[in-house]
Design a protein around this ligand. Structure first.
Ligand code: GSH
Length: 214
């Protein structure tokens, strides 16, 4: 049986079966795009299952019964275990593949950036996704501009957000940058350039195409 040995977040050796397939529940162009890109980058086998308006999965199941939180991304593992929360799913993909998460302080910077993007930046996008009143959009734009400046400083002139190699933080970053035009806030130059580079990366092009966006 094909197995992969990796060192987990706590520094322990772990062995995973490699050949089984996981289900990623998603909406096209939603934040599950990060996990979709990560699965491709990691080279892990996956199946994409879209959710419809009635919360039925593409394979005919009740999505609320699979994930009572009712949101994507949701990852169903090969043994039926269900994982939720974007940051956690991304960390799981990295640990299971042994890719996309460096060691040392860079590891913590990746996790820090993921927490910032998913708990802060994602929240600042909500007024634009749900068409909130203008004053709330104005406040959100201010917060987004500040958040983008922080990410821009962190990236500096590196190829990716944390290091010269792609990490799970960049998988999420791609979605954050893709959605930015909805807010009307301009991206700093280095983030815009990173977006253009990521957009033509094979894993990203494949994910966009599989979600009907390419
Ligand atoms: N805390 C969750 C939030 C995920 C989230 O907000 N997902 C959105 C799409 S980007 C969603 O599924 N919303 C529920 C809906 O649209 O019905 C995470 O970080 O994974």
């Amino acid at each position: 049986m094909a197995v992969v040995n990796i060192v987990d977040l706590a520094g322990k050796q772990r062995v995973y079966r490699k050949e089984t397939t996981m289900n990623l529940f998603y909406y096209p162009a939603a934040c599950s795009l990060a996990d979709h890109i990560a699965l491709i980058e990691a080279g892990l086998p996956y199946k994409l299952l879209v959710i419809n308006r009635e919360k039925k999965t593409e394979d005919g199941r009740d999505f609320n019964a699979i994930n009572p939180k009712s949101y994507i991304p949701t990852l169903e593992l090969d043994d039926g275990t269900v994982l939720t929360e974007n940051q956690i799913i991304l960390a799981y993909i990295a640990e299971r593949s042994g890719k996309l998460l460096p060691g040392g302080m860079a590891r913590w910077r990746v996790l820090e950036a993921l927490a910032f993007m998913s708990s802060e930046i994602h929240g600042h996008y909500v007024p634009f996704f749900r068409d909130f009143p203008e004053p709330e959009k104005v406040r959100a734009r201010e917060k987004l501009a500040k958040s983008f400046a922080i990410l821009s400083d962190q990236m500096g002139d590196k190829a990716f957000l944390v290091s010269e190699e792609m990490t799970i933080a960049d998988c999420y970053l791609f979605w954050v940058l893709m959605v930015a035009p909805k807010s009307g806030v301009e991206l700093p130059e280095n983030l815009q350039a990173c977006f253009e580079r990521l957009k033509v990366r094979p894993s990203v092009m494949q994910a966009l195409s599989e979600e009907g966006l390419g």
